[in-house]
Design a protein around this ligand. Structure first.
Ligand code: PEP
Length: 249
């Protein structure tokens, strides 16, 4: 059985005081669903968030990391640094990292390898741009991103990988893929995995949808058979909205 997961990507939002406030509000929410809940605060607030949520049912995860173990990479953070403060999961390949920080399938493959080497779970993000979808190329683009960054891995690695399909045109735009568009792409992603690794492996990998998920649309999107949760940006910055999404399962 694959897990349902709702992960909040806080991006470059919330200083320490705002982080404390939002965590207090999150603790006051009630979870009525079976979804695993994660939040991804900024690097500077990871340790504090981890400590604050030690006793709670919310995993604190990182938004990014470098592939190298250590060394002359000014401004970067390694897997072992994250592990040393208790972080066990990292988001990799977010479209903002790809667009603004030149992350490529090739560099992401190295990051995934580093995460796996440290027994960290990866939430691996990918998705097509609007021009790709308009040209009818969305499956080719998404299939290519998955193959280039992940298909050097053995089947066992997928026990530690969660996929997050995030059409770039739906991130932070208020425009969401329709539940049918999300389901079609998620089914394609699962088939892509099944063709390479077999159906048993493909059926165990959680595939999250990300792109303007809100309390008003979460239930319909999550009701689709191949959608196993969400990666949430804007709505994760409000505790009530975030838990309305968590409880949409
Ligand atoms: C995201 O950044 O992963 C995201 C899905 O953002 P939003 O929910 O704001 O579209």
């Amino acid at each position: 059985m694959r897990k349902n997961i709702v992960a909040g990507n806080w991006k470059m939002n919330n200083d320490l005081a705002q982080t404390e406030e939002l965590i207090t509000e999150l603790k006051n929410q009630t979870k009525t669903s079976n979804a695993e809940v994660m939040i991804a605060p900024t690097f500077t607030n990871l340790w504090h968030s981890f400590e604050s949520l030690r006793q709670d049912d919310i995993e604190v995860v990182a938004q990014n990391m470098h592939f190298a173990e250590n060394g002359a990479y000014t401004g970067e953070i390694s897997a072992s640094m994250l592990k040393s403060i208790g972080i066990k999961t990292v988001i990799l390949g977010h479209s903002e990292r790809r667009a603004y920080f030149n992350e490529t399938d090739e560099s992401l493959a190295k990051k995934v390898d580093a995460a796996l080497a440290h027994k960290m779970r990866t939430i691996f993000c990918f998705g097509e741009e609007l021009a790709d979808r308009k040209a009818g190329n969305e499956e080719a683009v998404v299939g290519g991103q998955i193959k280039n960054a992940l298909f050097h891995l053995g089947a066992d690695a997928f026990k530690s990988i969660v996929l997050a399909y995030e059409p770039v045109w739906a991130i932070g735009t208020g425009e969401t893929a329709s539940p049918e568009q999300a389901q079609d792409m998620h089914a394609f992603i699962r088939k892509t995995l099944a063709d390479k690794y077999g159906k048993d492996v493909a059926d165990t990998v959680s595939i999250l949808y990300g792109g303007s998920v809100k309390p008003a649309n979460a239930q319909e999107i999550f009701s689709k058979p191949d959608v196993d949760g969400g990666l949430i940006g804007g709505a994760a910055l409000n505790a009530e909205d975030f838990y309305a999404i968590v409880n949409a399962f």
